[in-house]
Design a protein around this ligand. Structure first.
Ligand code: ADP
Length: 308
């Protein structure tokens, strides 16, 4: 069973229209609402891989109910904590020229009591989880150290935690020694201030993060694959060229692929193949956080993992 944590989920609403114009009324039949948030993408992909998933985080209001309904349709166990206020809606209006406007709501403010309830619920279920993936930004009201609080609880039960977030939230929570972090190239450049224009620079930056407390680090590079640095050595993953449709959610799919294959006890090179194949398969689909199992299995055979 994989546990996922999405502290700041959202309902993603997409509307496709012909052209964005001021002061007009548009009608469309091409629109969709989906359960959004990086941790929910991880949950979906892990489910497609055939894994049992329990999802934690905060949900409130009718948008919260919408997400509960969506995840139950996918067979994801719902352990979200109910809060006052209404889960965010993130609105994206896209036109035929690919111009778009995005509007992000603020979302509910999480109280100390909500946080306490959430940590209690998490600890109650921890025994059943093989690995935990925590992803994304923090909602209002939550202290920047919340990810460390979660990792400290998980340590008591010897459970491994993957932390996929960025900026200060990532930096501040390295001290509690997450099992794995997964910045992409830009995120790693932002937190280290080092331009990643060579393998040497990537290696140096990754080791900076390891020295600050992470046990392992994946640096994802979009169509250039991935680097891994950690307890079982250093590796570069080379991937074949693919035809892409939508790369949003590829990083989350990689996290799901890693968590799934690692929890099955596969060796690190196979785990890295899964992580990349899932990211690639997501990039080949229109939906965010969606993969095709057959493609994942084909891609795994074409991915090369080199020790560096
Ligand atoms: P994030 O979504 O966090 O920015 P990446 O874009 O680096 O993460 O994607 C994660 C993984 O998904 C990559 O390491 C790669 O395996 C795959 N991937 C992403 N974009 C592409 C692409 N354009 N072509 C091929 N593979 C991709």
């Amino acid at each position: 069973m994989i546990g996922t944590i999405t502290l700041n989920p959202a309902v993603d609403r997409r509307y496709n229209i012909d052209i964005l114009e001021k002061n007009t009324v548009k009608r469309t039949e091409d629109y969709m609402a989906s359960a959004g948030g990086k941790g929910l993408n991880v949950s979906r992909v892990a489910r497609i891989l055939g894994e049992d998933v329990t999802a934690f985080g905060f949900l409130g209001g009718n948008t919260g109910d919408f997400i509960r309904n969506e995840i139950s349709k996918l067979g994801i166990n719902d352990s979200f904590t109910s809060v006052n206020g209404t889960t965010r809606t993130c609105l994206n209006i896209i036109d035929d020229n690919n111009d778009n406007i995005e509007i992000l709501e603020k979302g509910p403010v999480i109280s100390k009591k909500d946080k306490h309830k959430f940590l209690e619920e998490f600890e109650l279920q921890l025994e059943r989880l093989d690995i935990i993936a925590m992803s994304g930004s923090l909602p209002k009201g939550v202290d920047i150290n919340i990810y460390s609080d979660i990792i400290e609880i998980a340590k008591k039960y010897n459970k491994k935690v993957i932390l996929d977030t960025s900026g200060n939230v990532l930096l501040e929570n390295l001290k509690s020694n997450p099992f794995l972090v997964k910045p992409n190239k830009e995120e790693l450049e932002n937190i280290t201030g080092i331009k990643l224009d060579s393998e040497e620079a990537i290696k140096m930056s990754a080791h900076k993060i390891l020295r600050r407390g992470a046990k392992n680090i994946l640096v994802s590079l979009g169509d250039n694959g991935m680097y891994f640095f950690g307890e079982e050595g250093n590796f570069k993953v080379d991937i074949p060229k693919i035809k892409i449709k939508n790369t949003v959610g590829s990083g989350d799919s990689s996290v799901a692929g890693f968590a799934y294959s690692f929890s099955k006890g596969l060796d690190i090179q196979e785990v890295l193949k899964y992580a990349n194949a899932c990211g690639m398969s997501n990039a080949m689909e229109k939906g965010t956080g969606s993969i095709d199992i057959e493609k994942v299995n084909e891609l795994r055979k074409k991915i090369i993992v080199r020790k560096i």
